[in-house]
Design a binder for this molecule. Structure first.
Ligand code: ATP
Length: 297
């Protein structure tokens, strides 16, 4: 008796970052798009909570109670007065610490899987509330598709997507810590006036229309200068993809994964081949969007 949930990675097609608030967080206008790279989270009854992980990046994933999948199981069990007795296995395909919300995906996946395994009867709103407690990217991993996140990014409004977008993701060697990238953002913007973050109408229209050229013009990531400052070599990766014909290139979230929007599948393949040949990344992955949120297999 086990439950498997498939859960997607995300790319931020817009990430507008406000000035640091007194509590240290930043207000965001964050347009998430789920992309078809997936982790699979399988939960099985066990005597105690245990996490295992497989996949090329498995060695970088913590297997203790700090794992977001473990935290999700503990939070759900705690609310329902039960013990979190489960073996959670993560088959990891989303790059770790890559700015693609892999940990958040596993948190949402484990939550949905444990909810089914334990028949808690939790409502969708309760699951979303637990996701928001786990981290600002976790609610989106549950819902998928595309959404605008405001506040710390966790207050979501669905966004319509009118077509399929083709992406290439260049996976970098090593990760970048999201808090470190925000600290670098604070350092780079110190003494300047940081505008209030607001969603781009042009970007939302491009998504709605399924218009690749318009989306390419509207993509933006306020964390990109900070990620490039911490990892200057990412500029070479961005240039390699653009030279190969990508319609647009940007750092994915806090990086160091870089994202390339392509006109079609053939162009995506050409960009991926050129990125691999350039030696500026560890791997290049092709994926389409939008992708569904966490789904029981
Ligand atoms: P985001 O895009 O949400 O900022 P990210 O994709 O950059 O996140 P993650 O892959 O989520 O980064 O990992 C960030 C850190 O979280 C890892 O270095 C790891 O220590 C920790 N972590 C906790 N749980 C997990 C998990 N299930 N999978 C991967 N990392 C996890």
């Amino acid at each position: 008796m086990s439950v498997t949930v498939r859960v997607p990675a995300k790319v931020n097609v817009q990430l507008a970052v406000g000035a640091a608030r007194p509590d240290g967080f930043h207000d965001l206008a964050n347009v998430f798009l789920a992309v078809g790279l997936y982790d699979e989270v399988t939960v099985t009854p066990a005597d105690e909570l245990r996490i295992t992980c497989s996949g090329p990046d498995a060695a970088q994933v913590p297997l203790d109670a700090t794992n977001l999948a473990a935290r999700a199981a503990i939070a759900l069990a705690g609310r329902h007065g039960i013990e979190p007795r489960a073996h959670i296995h993560i088959a990891k395909d989303i790059p770790v610490a890559g700015g693609m919300a892999g940990g958040s995906a596993d948190g949402a996946g484990a939550l949905l899987a444990c909810d089914a395994l334990w028949s808690t009867g939790a409502t969708r709103d309760e699951l979303l509330a637990i996701c928001a407690e786990l981290g600002s990217d976790v609610p989106f991993s549950l819902v998928g598709g595309a959404a605008l996140g405001v506040g710390r990014g966790e207050q979501l409004t669905p966004v319509e997507v009118g077509g399929t977008f083709h992406w290439v993701f260049a996976v970098a060697d090593g990760g970048l810590s999201t808090p470190a990238v925000y600290r670098e953002f604070d350092r780079l913007t110190a003494g300047t006036r940081v505008p209030e973050p607001a969603a781009s109408g042009a970007l939302l229209n491009a998504l709605r229309a399924g218009d690749t050229a318009a989306l390419a013009d509207a993509l933006s990531n306020g964390l990109q200068p900070a990620a490039l400052s911490l990892r200057p070599s990412l500029a070479d990766t961005l240039a390699a993809g653009t030279t190969a014909g990508a319609a647009a290139a940007l750092v994915s979230g806090s990086g160091p994964t870089t994202a390339f929007l392509a006109e079609d599948e053939a162009s995506a393949r050409k960009v991926a081949d050129a990125l691999m040949a350039s030696g500026t990344c560890r791997n290049a992955r092709i994926a389409t969007s939008p992708a569904p949120g966490a789904t029981i297999c």
